[in-house]
Write a protein that binds this ligand. Structure first.
Ligand SMILES: [Zn+2]
Ligand SMILES: [Zn+2]
Length: 328
């Protein structure tokens, strides 16, 4: 099989031919049809998260099962699946016993402890595969396995009430889906975007209004929930100026900087900051269903595996609108 390999920190990704992997106990072999490129691929590639090189990155796979290992009874050859980022855990610690394996200290992640998806074939734990709804294309499914899952899970975790106003800060891979999720759920939705070049695309996503910053949001009447999908922590915190009383900022993107929280406003208006990632498996199920129903469409730029390094460069330069997907 061919796979894109990151050979070291800040090195280009190069395509190499490797031996075809074989599924072990409780594993399946997936022929990857589409693999989204997440901003965290860049951070892993830059060595920010540590780990070993060389490795195959990618944690937004969609494809078809072509072999099952021993012990697998609930998946079969031909199943259309995606693979969750957090594939498994120890099964024995407090958090595993509580049914929240995402907090397990020994959780197993795609492109960390298991091979990534920027490859023609990938091994995955059978339990980490999710059946794709009928009619959903691989290209549309792939970005939902991290970008969509994160954005939708953030909206759900903010526990919106009927009539709440949702703002989205950072209109990229996650944010362009977050706007659509909020609209699909019937909420008035405001996009916060400093770059007017994106305005016409943002309108196509269904945003009711576009503002430039937290002050603009406040002037527009404010929001009950800010979905912080920007990689800039500062932009997310700044947007809190536009939160109404009892408002929630959901933090999904981050950079390694201390957060200058507006503590006075937080106390006076009883604001909350909620950290969020892939929170509950049912959030992924619901996000995939919205895509299959045609209520949410990932805006993708597609690349062949051979051109993956061009996609990496464009993402690094902030030029991708809105998700780069490698299509095999
Ligand atoms: Zn990701
Ligand atoms: Zn555990």
């Amino acid at each position: 099989m061919r796979a894109a390999i990151a050979s070291g920190a800040k090195q280009p990704w190069q395509v190499h031919t490797l031996a075809d992997p074989e599924p072990g106990f409780n594993q399946v072999l997936v022929r990857v049809r589409a693999s989204g490129i997440c901003h965290n691929d860049l951070r892993q590639s830059s060595g920010e998260f540590g780990g070993h090189f060389p490795k195959t990155l990618g944690h937004e796979p969609a494809g078809e099962i072509v072999a099952v290992g021993p012990g697998v009874h609930h998946r079969k050859v031909g199943d259309r699946v995606g693979v969750m980022l957090w594939q498994g855990a120890c099964g024995r610690c407090e958090w595993c016993q509580r049914g929240k394996p995402i907090f397990c200290a020994e959780s197993v992640g795609t492109s960390m402890h298991m091979p990534g998806s920027h490859a023609e074939l990938m091994i995955a734990l059978a339990d980490a595969t999710v059946l794709l709804p009928d009619g959903l294309s691989y290209e549309q499914a792939a970005p939902i396995f991290c970008a969509g899952y994160t954005a939708y899970s953030g909206l759900r975790s903010a526990e919106p009430r009927p009539g709440d106003i949702i703002a989205v800060v950072g209109i990229g891979g996650l944010g362009h889906l977050a706007i659509q999720y909020a609209k699909a759920a019937g909420f008035r939705t405001i996009a916060l975007c400093r770059n007017p070049d994106k305005d016409s695309l943002i309108r196509k996503l269904g945003a009711d209004e576009i503002v430039r910053d937290g002050n603009g949001l406040a002037a527009a009447g404010g929001a009950d929930i800010v979905l912080g999908t920007s990689v800039s922590t500062e932009a997310q915190i700044e947007a809190m100026q536009g939160l109404r009383p009892e408002g929630r900022l959901v933090v999904m993107g981050f950079e390694r900087k201390p957060l200058p929280l507006p503590v006075g406003a937080m106390i006076a208006r009883r604001l909350r900051v909620i950290g969020s990632q892939h929170n509950e498996r049912e959030h992924l199920y619901e996000a995939l269903a919205l895509s299959a129903q045609g209520k949410v469409t990932a805006f993708t730029e597609t690349y062949r595996l051979d051109d993956i390094d061009t996609a990496r460069e464009r993402l690094e330069q902030g030029k991708v609108r809105f998700r780069a997907v490698v299509v095999m």
